[in-house]
Design a protein around this ligand. Structure first.
Ligand SMILES: N[C@@H](CCC(=O)N[C@@H](CS)C(=O)NCC(=O)O)C(=O)O
Length: 215
């Protein structure tokens, strides 16, 4: 069955993008230019009415939402160990994955796209400023998790949690958060990015890992 991943450079689609490469999957990467609004084209909305990346099309079936896509890839390629296979380790990994997706990620959306939450310019600035502080605290929680994990966030194999951690920490740089203030997560992100499979994604997406610029 053919696999096609719609992704945008540096977006949350980095998570399934990395997993497909780690699993050694044959897939077609399809670039969506978010800054040009391609996610709102009629053609794209016909596949994903939410108008967002990532979108995975597996044998003609469109799958949206990172958690669903991660679970789908994990089920397709169980030998890759992208999530712990069973037991409490899997439960804990899913708990962290969902926290990343439903708490940390949307907090960053308030930083990056405050216009999604109000059309009042002054209120947007206030939302952004507050969200940066909240995001800093959430990266602190992630750091505590990374400091006690090993060798990867999900245990023995690199996988979904590491890909999301890299993405969230990298985004922190755009919010003025120095990744080096989260040393365990930063070390993990760099180790993950250096894996040959992930390095292919970094190359395809033309990503700079540390985007933090001191004020
Ligand atoms: N809940 C969605 C969130 C996806 C999401 O936030 N995608 C962002 C990129 S990180 C996007 O496509 N933004 C463009 C837009 O909303 O116009 C998921 O888990 O897949």
């Amino acid at each position: 069955m053919s696999l096609k991943l719609f992704y945008a450079p540096g977006a949350c689609s980095f998570v399934p993008h990395s997993l497909l490469e780690l699993a050694g999957a044959e897939f077609e990467p399809a670039l969506v230019k978010l800054h040009k609004g391609e996610q709102r084209s009629a053609e794209y909305l016909a596949l994903n009415p939410h108008g967002q990346v990532p979108l995975l099309v597996d044998g003609g079936e469109a799958i949206t939402q990172i958690v669903a896509i991660v679970l789908h890839i994990d089920a397709r390629f169980p030998q890759a160990g992208l999530l712990p296979p069973s037991g409490m380790a899997r439960t804990r990994a899913l708990s962290t994955l969902m926290w990343m997706n439903n708490t940390v990620h949307p907090t960053f959306t308030h930083v990056f796209m405050p216009q999604k939450f109000t059309d009042d310019a002054g209120a947007q600035a206030a939302i952004k400023q507050h969200a940066v502080a909240v995001y800093r605290g959430l990266l602190g929680e992630l750091e505590a998790t990374a400091a006690h994990a090993g060798p990867w966030l999900g245990g023995e194999h690199p996988g979904a949690l590491d890909a999301y951690a890299l993405t969230l920490l990298r985004w922190g740089g755009f919010a003025g958060i120095d990744p080096e203030t989260c040393p365990a997560t930063w070390t993990l992100a760099q180790r993950f990015a250096a894996l040959p499979a992930v390095a292919r994604v970094v190359e395809r997406e033309k990503l700079q890992l540390n985007v933090y610029k001191p004020a």
